[in-house]
Design a protein around this ligand. Sequence first.
Ligand code: C5P
Length: 407
Amino acid sequence: MRIVLGVGGGIAAYKAAELTRLLQQSGHQVQVVMTDAAREFIQPLTFAALTGRKVITSLFSHESSDATLSSAVEHIAVAQEHDLLVVAPATADLLAKLAIGRADDFLSTLYLAFTGTVVLAPAMNTAMWTHPATQANLETLSRRGCEIVDPDDGWLACGTVGAGRLADPARIAERINSLGKTRRDFEGETFLVTAGPTQEALDPVRYISNRSSGKMGYTIAETAAKRGAKVVLVSGPVNIPAPRNVELIPVKTAHEMRQAVMEQLTDATIIVKCAAVADYYVANVSPQKLKKTAARLSLELDPTPDILAEVGQKKADRILVGFAAETQNLLEESRRKLLSKNCDMLVGNLVNQEGAGFESDQNDVEIVTRSGRTVHAGPASKYEIAERILDEIAMLRLSIRGMDRIA
Ligand code: C5P
């Protein structure tokens, strides 16, 4: 892709140099635009040397001797000649400016003239990031179709720890690379995705749960929305933000998850059950906090409803995808569950290996389908795995419904 990288005036501006390199290494052409504030933090020469191109710093070229009519409308030419505009770091001020459509420097003017994909990677102090004004601006920009790469949690230049650190340049580059491949092949579909763990109460303050982070399910929901689907995400308690353009239904227990899924089932055309649902719940939940004694404590556990199996019975012509988190016999177990729960596809992953499964940003899976297909995907980022799973769903849809339904 031909990419314009807009660098804003934040301490994270130096990380834009690494992002430039990563984008070039992925085969993209990069043109850098810097705001005045960005130049307070890093010299244009750094980017000029990396890209071999003049860095654009001003709307007006009268500083240079070659001022011509064409250079006076350079922002229009740059807008027309590029496929993607990424702003990193996007400061609170830049987000505000872009949200209201002010055009008082090259970058903000370019944004208005730009008709391609826009990616914003915000970075700022936690209080500025969480401020309702900043969040409202982001909401506006997101609704307008901008892709937002949310900042990370961590050490900030102001000496505090919190949300607001520019996303790792590798994460921004990966997101840009995945956008390059985006097709809207799920337009017209309604996805129902479940994610995260469930929590089963023992008493008013304690619960039984598992290590599921929700990352895989959230990434599938996000990817399906990006590929044009309407997405409803039923999620157990997790610590990650809801993807944009997805309807989130938060639940706690397996019973609550079952109820939410059954309520949403009618409208769903593709169901992906990624949640790590508890297999048992506490039969005799104590109404009061259990007291510690010297005696052994036994809990009575009853099986939870198997939501996937129930959906399998009621699914009609919907496409049903289940997950299986295993610690051994992955393929065998995945195939058994595919059939026993009447799924069209089952994604199995080993959860006891390094760099895959619960809590990891990576995954390594076996995808088995009703048509007998077995595909290994990974180790790769959960973004790549999500794309792969959706590619397989698209193929399955073709074989189940035929070409005419897809057109
Ligand atoms: O049988 P097992 O729990 O390993 O199957 C995992 C799959 O079943 C996942 O897709 C999970 O979301 C689903 N499941 C469910 N309800 C349960 C247990 C698992 O929907 N009570």
